[in-house]
Design a protein around this ligand. Structure first.
Ligand code: NAP
Length: 226
């Protein structure tokens, strides 16, 4: 499997990134962990390999990680999204797909995680789309998936993933979902629907608090064809 099939996870050193990395590595996909710091990227890549010894996992600075994959997942807090994308812009090239997983939680402005804040472009994903070079497609996905459950490799992650963005790119990201046992891709249409999906995360965080579910609940749509 060549470099082109690799998946990069920028900011893949945090809460959400390593779980996704473990799951994709376990499914046989090459994973590149990105960080602002090379040694941190290498350390987390080694941790992912410890959990998935058969995995092909490396760590690089974000800009270098972005060059090494056809699909680049942004896994940084919303407030660092624009600076991160600007910092890797020159490393992106036509045909690459950038996946926005971010949620504009109001924590970005010192308020709580059970609310979102307004974003001029409409959503985190549309902000990202406004910043990437021409020919790079932006797809929104994975915002509603629990970090805790991703890391729990013994169990499936029972959750639907609403994937939005330009059709061909969207289909490529939808194809990643079944690599994680339990995840099901739902065709979320155009990128503008990301604003709805991002807001659901704030609702899920509130539900996790009210129902005392630190491991995080999942989302399922009913009535979809197989
Ligand atoms: N945690 C969840 O359960 C969850 C669920 C769904 C979606 N998400 C979304 O996924 C994204 C990542 O979430 P997370 O919980 O993994 O976030 P996080 O742990 O708070 O941060 C992820 C990474 O962002 C990088 N970062 C921190 N400060 C930065 C800065 N000033 N500039 C650039 N990069 C910075 C860090 O990487 P380096 O220090 O290595 O550069 C950090 O490891 C967020 O947008 C979040 O909304 C999270």
């Amino acid at each position: 499997m060549g470099m082109q099939d690799a998946i990069a996870i920028l900011g893949g050193t945090g809460d959400q990134g390593p779980g996704l990395a473990q799951r994709f590595a376990r499914a046989g996909r090459e994973v590149v962990i990105g960080s602002r710091k090379l040694d941190k990227a290498e350390r987390v890549a080694a941790e992912v390999k410890e959990a998935v010894p058969e995995g092909k996992v490396t760590g690089f600075e974000n800009a270098e990680a972005a060059k090494r994959a056809s699909i680049v997942i942004l896994s940084v807090p919303f407030e660092h999204t624009a600076s991160t994308v600007k910092g890797i812009k020159d490393s992106l090239s036509e045909g690459q797909i950038v996946v926005s997983m971010g949620v504009p939680l109001a924590t970005a402005i010192g308020d709580g995680a059970v609310r979102t804040m307004g974003v001029w472009q409409g959503s985190c994903a549309e902000l990202v789309a406004s910043l990437v070079p021409a020919g790079v497609e932006v797809v929104s996905a994975f915002q509603n998936v629990s970090a805790h459950r991703l890391r729990d490799l013994e169990n499936p992650v029972e959750c639907d993933v609403v994937v939005s963005g330009p059709r061909a790119a969207r289909e490529k990201v939808m194809a990643l979902c079944p690599l994680v046992p339990g995840l099901r891709a739902v065709d979320g249409g155009p990128l503008s629907n990301a604003r709805i999906v991002e807001e659901i995360t704030a609702l899920l965080i509130g539900l996790n608090i009210r129902y005392k579910l630190p491991e995080g609940l999942g989302l399922r749509f009913t009535g979809l064809p197989d």
